[in-house]
Design a protein around this ligand. Structure first.
Ligand code: ZN
Length: 313
């Protein structure tokens, strides 16, 4: 007995490829620096440019505004540049808690983006868990690609997302976005990193993007979002996190892309000649901290930012 197939079997003509119309959108590139600090919209101590630090670009998290009505209304009326007084590039992160993800439709994002006027925005985040039935992560992956298609209508460059509960989903989501003209990609990777499984995904993602360069003629860029340290074994990728600041608030000190407690003997008595430390040792930052905690945090925050920014991609 033959298997029933509603669209015919052997006799069915092969699918006809749709030729490019020449009107496909060329998505602008974000041009990520090696490190893009995320800042805390509600904590001005993370607004480094106010301390005279030169910054090319920052990430701000949309969820912080959605969770704070007065900040959202101020940001919506002034735009993010007006609110922050920052004239570098502002990238909008859509990575947010699940309960917020479900609330926003395409029109909501468009209204928010029109008011906030970032220089680029991630396409909307989704949630993909590895421990739920696969149809759930597939429907979320399809939702991601469908949002990415809607976001082609925006005037600001959109940053594609690398997400999926498995490699097949990530591969499909990336390829669809590349076909649509996306060139800048962010991979929210905090959970994967913390669960110790990022290495199962990242080399593959880098390979898919490289391969897509051949196929599309474009040169895609990848930013690892939310991983709080540098991973030496991967070259050519950018990073964004808030760890540089969160760790500074907890008295933690970055060196060579890894963080240490200020009292850690491995770094405690080593002088640092960055623009924040000017020859100070971590021990002297401890002394400063005891004397004036706010100044200690500021020095440490700038030091941490400079350490994470130091290396090339
Ligand atoms: Zn330093």
């Amino acid at each position: 007995m033959r298997q029933y197939c509603p669209v015919g079997g052997k006799g069915r003509p092969p699918p006809v490829p749709i030729p490019p119309t020449g009107e496909e959108k060329k998505m602008g590139k974000a041009d990520f620096p090696a490190f893009v600090p995320e800042i805390d919209l509600l904590d001005q101590r993370s607004w480094l440019w106010r301390d005279g630090v030169q910054l090319q670009a920052i990430f701000v998290a949309l969820w912080q505004l959605l969770a704070n009505e007065s900040a959202l209304s101020e940001a919506s009326s002034k735009g993010l540049h007006g609110l922050l007084g920052f004239d570098g590039k502002i990238f909008l992160s859509t990575v947010m808690p699940d309960e917020l993800i479900d609330k926003l439709r395409t029109e909501d994002y468009f209204n928010l983006i029109e008011n906030l006027r970032p220089d680029a925005t991630m396409v909307p985040d989704n949630y993909t868990y590895t421990d739920v039935p696969l149809y759930q992560s597939w429907s979320q992956t399809i939702r991601l690609v469908s949002f990415a298609k809607d976001f082609l209508q925006l005037d600001v460059p959109a940053i594609g997302l690398v997400k999926g509960a498995n490699l097949l989903q990530m591969d499909w989501a990336i390829r669809k976005q590349v076909e649509m003209g996306y060139v800048s990609f962010a991979m929210p990777a905090r959970e994967l990193f913390e669960e110790g499984i990022l290495d199962d995904f990242l080399p593959y993602v880098i390979r898919i993007l490289k391969r897509s360069r051949k196929a599309s003629g474009m040169n895609p860029e990848l930013l690892l979002y939310g991983v709080g340290q540098r991973l030496e074994r991967y070259k050519g990728i950018s990073y964004s996190n808030l760890s540089w600041f969160l760790r500074a608030r907890h008295g933690e000190y970055f060196k060579g892309g890894l963080y240490y407690d200020l009292e850690d003997p491995a770094i405690r008595f080593e002088e640092c000649y960055c623009d924040a430390c000017n020859g100070m040792m971590p021990q002297e930052i401890i002394d400063l901290w005891l004397d004036d905690k706010e100044r200690g945090i500021r020095v440490l925050a700038v030091h941490n930012f400079l350490d994470l920014s130091r290396r090339r991609k």
